[in-house]
Design a protein around this ligand. Structure first.
Ligand code: UDP
Length: 460
C-alpha cells in the first residue's frame, strides 16, 4: 500500500554524479554544490580525471570518489594552455566516462539509485554518457549569470563581423548592444586563446542541448536581469542557488595554504591591509609586479600578496625579480605562495582585495563585505570587474598599463579616502542581501529546493 511504498522510497538513496573541471576555480564551487546536495539527503559520487584531483578528506567522508583515466602526456600537461587542455579532455574522456558511469549503474544496489549527472559546463563530454543511460544531466556553471549570458550571445554572433569589430580600437570602449554596462572590451572573448577558438568552445558549452537544467552559482540580488534574460535564452530551467560558499562550506584547496599570514595579519591595524591575489591561473609580467610593489609601498599601507610559484613566468617564484622588488616588499608587505583566502578575507585587518576578479574571489569578497581593486586578466573576469565597478559599485577597476602612481591612488581610494568608506557601505549592503538569499525563504534557498524537488519527483 501507499504507506509501504513511501517507506521504501525513503530507504532508496538517491545518488548524484558530479563531474568537476580539474582546476581550483571549478573544483571549489562544485564541491560546495556537492555539500549542499548532500545536506538534502543525496549521496554524492565525484568522478574526476587524473589531473588536479580533490582527495577524500574529513570534509567529504561521505562522498564517493572515482577516477577516469586520461591519456595526456607530460608534455601535453606542460605545454597545453587551459583552453586546449579542456578541448583535449573533452576528446579523451567521453568513452572512459561512459564506461565508468555504466559500471556505476551496474553495481548500484536496490537501495542506491543514480538519479542525475551534474557536470561542469566545460566537461560537456558528460552529457553523451548521461543520454546513453537515460539519466537526466544538469549543467553547472561556475561563472556569473551575466558571463553565461555573454557566452550565449557570443555563440550566436556573426563571426566575421564580430572579428572586424573586435579589431577596431575605437569599438573597444563602446557599449555592446543589449549587454549594458559591458563594453566590447569587457566581453569574455580571450580566455587563453584566439577569439575564433573561444567562440567555437562557447557554441559547445552554452548549447545545453539534451541537458535538463542549468545551475548557476549566483543569486538574484546580484544579477536579476541577466538571470531573467538567461532564462529566456535557454530552453531549460535555470536555478540560481548561490553563493555556494555561504550556503555550504567545503574546503577543497588543491595547494597547501600558508597560514603564517594569519599571524602577520594579527599584528596589523583593523582594515588597513590590502590583500592581493590573482587566483589559480592568471600570470603576471615582471614589470607589472615591480610597478605594483612601488605603488603599494608608496601608499604606505601594509599588504599581503599571494604570488604563486610560476605566476611570474620569468621567475621560479620571486628570486629573479629585480632587487628593488624585495626591498619595496620587505618593509610593509608579506608574501605567501598560497593563502587560506576565506580566512584572510574574514580577518578584521583586511580592508581591501586586489583581485583578478575570478567569480569565486568576487563572491567571497562581496560575501565578506570587502571592496575590491579589479585587475582582470582574461575571460569572464572582465565581466565581473565591470559589474563590480559599475553595477554593484564596490570596486575600482585599474585599466591599461599598470603604473605605480595609479596603483598608489587606487590603494588609497579604497583604504584611506571617503570613497572607500562609501564602497564598503554598498558592499556590506550586498553582503547582507547575499546572506538572506541563502537563508530559509531566500531566493537561492528556494531555488535549490525547487531543483531538489524536481529531481525527487523525477520531473526532468
Ligand atoms: N584561493 C585560495 N588561496 C589563494 C588564492 C586563491 O584559497 O591564495 C582560492 C579562492 O578562495 C577561490 C579560488 O582559489 O575560491 C580561485 O577561484 P577564482 O574563481 O577566484 O579564480 P580562478 O583561480 O578560477 O582564476
Amino acid at each position: 500500500d501507499q504507506g509501504e511504498r513511501m517507506e521504501e522510497e525513503k530507504r532508496v538513496k538517491r545518488r548524484i554524479v558530479l563531474v568537476p573541471v580539474p582546476a581550483q576555480g571549478h573544483v571549489t564551487p562544485i564541491m560546495q554544490l556537492g555539500k549542499a546536495l548532500h545536506s538534502k539527503d543525496f549521496s554524492i559520487t565525484v568522478v574526476q580525471t587524473q589531473y588536479n584531483r580533490v582527495t577524500s578528506s574529513k570534509d567529504f567522508s561521505d562522498f564517493h570518489f572515482l577516477t577516469i583515466p586520461g591519456s595526456l602526456t607530460e608534455s601535453d600537461l606542460k605545454n597545453l594552455g587551459p583552453l586546449q587542455f579542456m578541448m583535449k579532455l573533452n576528446q579523451i574522456c567521453e568513452a572512459t566516462f561512459k564506461q565508468c558511469l555504466g559500471q556505476l549503474l551496474k553495481e548500484q544496489g536496490d537501495h542506491d539509485e543514480v538519479v542525475c549527472v551534474v557536470y561542469d559546463e566545460y566537461m560537456h563530454f558528460s552529457k553523451a554518457a548521461a543520454m546513453e543511460f537515460q539519466l537526466p544531466s544538469v549543467v553547472f556553471s561556475t561563472t556569473s549569470a551575466t558571463a553565461f549570458l555573454c557566452r550565449s550571445v557570443l555563440a550566436k554572433v556573426n563571426v566575421e563581423k564580430f572579428l572586424i569589430d573586435m579589431k577596431d580600437v575605437e569599438m573597444q570602449d563602446k557599449l555592446f548592444p543589449g549587454l549594458h554596462p559591458l563594453r566590447y572590451k569587457d566581453l569574455p572573448t580571450s580566455a587563453f586563446g584566439p577569439i575564433e577558438s573561444m567562440l567555437r568552445v562557447y557554441s559547445k558549452t552554452v548549447n545545453t542541448g539534451t541537458a535538463s537544467a542549468v545551475i548557476i552559482n549566483s543569486a538574484s540580488c546580484l544579477e536579476s536581469s541577466s538571470l531573467a534574460r538567461l532564462q529566456q535564452e535557454l530552453q531549460v530551467p535555470v536555478y540560481p542557488i548561490g553563493p555556494l560558499h555561504i550556503a555550504a562550506s567545503a574546503p577543497s584547496s588543491l595547494l597547501e595554504e600558508d597560514r603564517s599570514c594569519i599571524e602577520w595579519l594579527n599584528m596589523q591595524k583593523p582594515r588597513s591591509v590590502m590583500y592581493i591575489s590573482l587566483g589559480s591561473l592568471a600570470l603576471m609580467e615582471t614589470k607589472d609586479a615591480v610597478e605594483m610593489a612601488w605603488g603599494l609601498s608608496n601608499s604606505n599601507q601594509p599588504f599581503l600578496w599571494v604570488i604563486r610559484p610560476g605566476s611570474i613566468p620569468s621567475s621560479e617564484w620571486t628570486e629573479s625579480l629585480p632587487e628593488e622588488f624585495s626591498k619595496l616588499v620587505s618593509e610593509r608587505g608579506y608574501i605567501v605562495k598560497w593563502a587560506p583566502q576565506m580566512e584572510v578575507l574574514r580577518h578584521p585587518a583586511v580592508g581591501g582585495f586586489w583581485s583578478h576578479c575570478g567569480w569565486n574571489s568576487t563572491l567571497e569578497s562581496i560575501g565578506e563585505g570587502i571592496p575590491m581593486i579589479c585587475r582582470p586578466f582574461t575571460g569572464d573576469q572582465k565581466v565581473n570587474a565591470r559589474y563590480l565597478e559599475r553595477a554593484w559599485r564596490n570596486g575600482v577597476q585599474l585599466e591599461g598599463e599598470l603604473e605605480k602612481e595609479a596603483v598608489e591612488r587606487a590603494v588609497k581610494r579604497l583604504l584611506v579616502d571617503e570613497e572607500g568608506a562609501e564602497m564598503r557601505k554598498s558592499v556590506v549592503d550586498l553582503k547582507e542581501k547575499l546572506e538572506a538569499s541563502v537563508r530559509s525563504g531566500g531566493s537561492s534557498c528556494s531555488s535549490l529546493d525547487n531543483f531538489v524537488n524536481s529531481l525527487k519527483t523525477k520531473n526532468f
